[in-house]
Design a protein around this ligand. Structure first.
Ligand code: NAD
Length: 286
């Protein structure tokens, strides 16, 4: 039978989440996505108006279908967590049931279960500030949106993840090597995400035979990456210095996610898998 995937963090056709959705759809999976509430309207209307039709085309010529788009804000676990100013915010008041727990409940109601959970989201309000200039609130916000959001998603989806299923997140080498410019506690958040990948692999593996891995991806000109402000430099640096002197394509990360979600990867869990043209293996740039 076909597998069903829930991909959190798709709001346009430029990021890793979209490419992962396409690779999973090409492999026969049914696609559900979770879209950040403030980005929901533009994403849904663009989808409806055909703005993504060209990038929806799969290798066999058919078009990726997204069965359902769920509004999601992964920094809130349940309605009790939501502060008044967000509740009454125009962009949020137009949608409902977008906390992590409610989204998992809605997916359960709509479809019963899933096989693949993908976390392709991150946010650090002070990402452009060096760590020494990052506020406590900024640091905690980065960890909340980029690391705990994954713990929460997996926790709430675990009961509806079919045994043998696979969970994947996206990380970045700034967790373990110095990448000036990736600030605001985002490097810390990715370090937490990678450590949590190991602990969650143990807990979800023992509890429900679920595999948990993270892909350490090379630089991509996504919306989120453009907001950091140094993405072109990182792409040039990688092309100049990596063993493979080419840009990392979003598809290449998509294919890796499809592999990790497949039975071909049935003994792989708790790993950080680099999809970065080998840049992580270099000691100096040459
Ligand atoms: P992207 O902009 O396509 O994806 C980030 C998504 O996160 C957006 O859709 C945004 O709406 C969503 N989001 C932000 N806060 C949210 C919240 N509170 N709740 C729900 N959704 C929220 O950019 P991307 O670069 O493809 O990012 C996807 C993942 O890949 C991230 O984890 C990112 O850190 C990681 N990554 C990116 C790069 C890169 O160079 N682009 C490199 C390595 C890892």
């Amino acid at each position: 039978k076909g597998k069903r995937a829930f991909i959190a963090g798709v709001a346009d056709d430029n990021g890793y989440g979209w490419a992962i959705a396409k690779a999973l759809a090409a492999a026969g999976a049914e696609i559900l996505v979770g879209t950040w509430v403030p980005a929901l309207n533009i994403f849904e209307s663009s989808l409806r108006r055909g703005k993504f039709d060209i990038s929806r085309i799969l290798p066999d010529g058919s078009m990726m279908e997204i069965t359902k788009v769920y509004p999601l804000d992964a920094v809130f676990d349940n309605p009790d967590d939501v502060p008044e100013d967000i509740k009454t915010n125009k962009r949020y008041a137009g949608s409902s049931k977008w906390t992590v727990q409610e989204v998992a409940e809605s997916v359960k109601e709509d479809f019963g279960s899933i096989d693949i959970l993908v976390h392709s989201l991150a946010n650090g309000p002070e990402v452009t500030k060096p760590l020494l200039e990052t506020s406590r609130n900024g640091y905690l916000a980065a960890i909340s949106a980029s690391s705990y959001s994954y713990v929460s998603l997996l926790k709430h989806f675990l009961p509806i993840l079919n045994p043998g299923g696979s969970s994947i997140s996206l990380t970045y080498i700034a967790s373990e090597r110095i990448i000036p410019g990736y600030g605001g506690g985002m490097s810390s958040a990715k370090a937490a995400l990678e450590s949590d990948t190991r602990v969650l692999a143990f807990e979800a593996g023992r509890k429900r035979k679920i595999r948990v891995n993270t892909i350490s991806a090379g630089p991509l000109r996504s919306r989120a990456a453009k907001a950091i402000g140094f993405i072109d430099m990182m792409i040039d640096y990688s092309s100049a210095n990596a063993p493979l002197q080419k840009e990392v394509l979003a598809e290449e990360v998509g294919y890796t996610a499809a592999f990790l979600a497949s039975p071909l990867a049935s003994a792989i869990t708790g790993t950080v898998l680099y999809v970065d043209n080998g840049l992580n293996a270099m000691g100096v740039g040459v």
